[in-house]
Design a protein around this ligand. Structure first.
Ligand SMILES: Nc1nc2c(c(=O)[nH]1)N[C@H]1C(S)=C(S)[C@@H](COP(=O)(O)O)O[C@H]1N2
Ligand SMILES: [Mo]
Length: 338
């Protein structure tokens, strides 16, 4: 079990689905959870972080049998034994990162996702790249491992619910894939779609969200150096609960943009109606840039709880990646374009 502050209640995505829960027939357990959790309590930020509990120590992931590591991943940049991000904050450990997940196809219970995703089939796997490109194609996951350089990227992940982690991903730059398919000049956006797998993803049979899960980026955001398609973590293939075998990671945006289990990437000139915006457009936007000055209608975004720490820490503009990304939003009203 993870050690967490039992008093640090997080706001939960689930509340926003109230209208779905209320108008549709609902499982009793989900209804009870909703009622029990209707008033998110935000712990005030402590004046200093001096009294914080000891920081979590990185721990090695459980060793995988050699046969469990795809050959193409085994020789890519393995976990480098880095222990902190560039701001000096320690990595979350493997246990934390793989047992506290948002993946609504499987479960609304963060600690239940790992178990619920256990039997999800991730092989064979294909990613179709289509739309406004000169060279559309379908790539097997093995093609992707082989064709594209997989490197370590240590990023902060900040959920819109105001918790965060530091994660040592293994992945490739999305721009490397886009170069290969050659976007046409009229392409403005990139749309990502999660697999539809009714037999394996129980909540795809419920109306809690519109399925399949969809996300999108502007083309310039997709081409930013920080934007990766992750295939691994701690030098090993992604776990199922993390979105195996391939998921997006956009570290300056709220976690819901980082869509899991991608099967389709489409270049388009049409704005994208991403899943959470579609569910509640007054609460979740297209951009979803981490911004401590733009609160969620039901909770503050000024602070966050780093999993493994007590108390709260201040949320950084663009999640601490301002230097690398702010120029993309010059002249954009960030309050209006949340
Ligand atoms: N397909 C899909 N992708 C998803 C989600 C989801 O429910 N379904 N949840 C998102 C949210 S809200 C977050 S915070 C991150 C969590 O990633 P993690 O579980 O690896 O920490 O995944 C995102 N990607
Ligand atoms: Mo999230």
């Amino acid at each position: 079990m993870l050690k967490r502050d039992p008093n640090a209640t997080q706001p939960k995505f689930i509340y926003l689905n109230r209208r779905h829960f209320l108008v549709k027939t609902i499982p009793l357990a989900a209804g009870a959870l909703l009622l029990a959790a209707c008033s998110p309590e935000i712990t005030p930020i402590p004046p200093t972080r001096a009294n914080d509990s000891p920081k979590p120590q990185p721990t090695a992931p459980p060793a995988l049998a050699a046969s469990e590591i795809p050959p193409a991943l085994a020789h890519t940049t393995a976990f480098s034994n880095v222990t902190a991000d560039e701001l000096g904050d320690p990595l979350n450990n493997f246990e934390q990162i793989t047992n506290y997940n948002n993946y609504y196809e499987f479960s609304l219970d963060k600690e239940g996702v790992a178990g619920a995703a256990k039997n999800f089939t991730t092989s064979p796997w294909f990613v179709e790249v289509a739309g406004m490109v000169n060279k559309p194609g379908t790539f097997s996951i093995e093609d992707i491992y082989k064709k594209f350089d997989q490197q370590e990227h240590v990023y902060r992940l900040r959920c819109v619910e105001a918790w965060s982690m530091v994660i040592p991903w293994v992945g490739m730059q999305l721009s490397d894939l886009l170069k290969v398919v050659e976007p046409k000049p009229e392409a403005k956006y990139v749309k990502f779609t999660t697999v539809m797998r009714l037999g394996e993803m129980p909540n795809q049979s419920t109306p809690i969200l519109q399925w399949p899960y969809v996300e999108g980026l502007r083309l310039d955001e997709a081409n930013n150096n920080l934007t990766i398609l992750a295939t691994g973590m701690y030098g090993q293939p992604l776990t199922k609960q993390q979105g195996a075998p391939i998921r997006l990671v956009i570290p300056w945006k709220y976690g819901f943009k980082s869509i899991k289990a991608i099967v389709r990437i489409e270049l388009t000139d049409q704005p994208i109606d991403n899943t959470w915006r579609n569910a509640a457009s007054n609460e979740y936007g297209f951009y979803a840039n981490v911004n401590p000055q733009v609160d969620h209608p039901r909770w503050s975004q000024a602070t966050e709880r780093r999993i493994g720490e007590f108390g709260r820490r201040r949320t950084l503009m663009f999640n601490g990646y301002e230097n690398q990304v702010a120029s993309m939003y010059e002249g954009l009203d960030l309050q209006a374009n949340f």
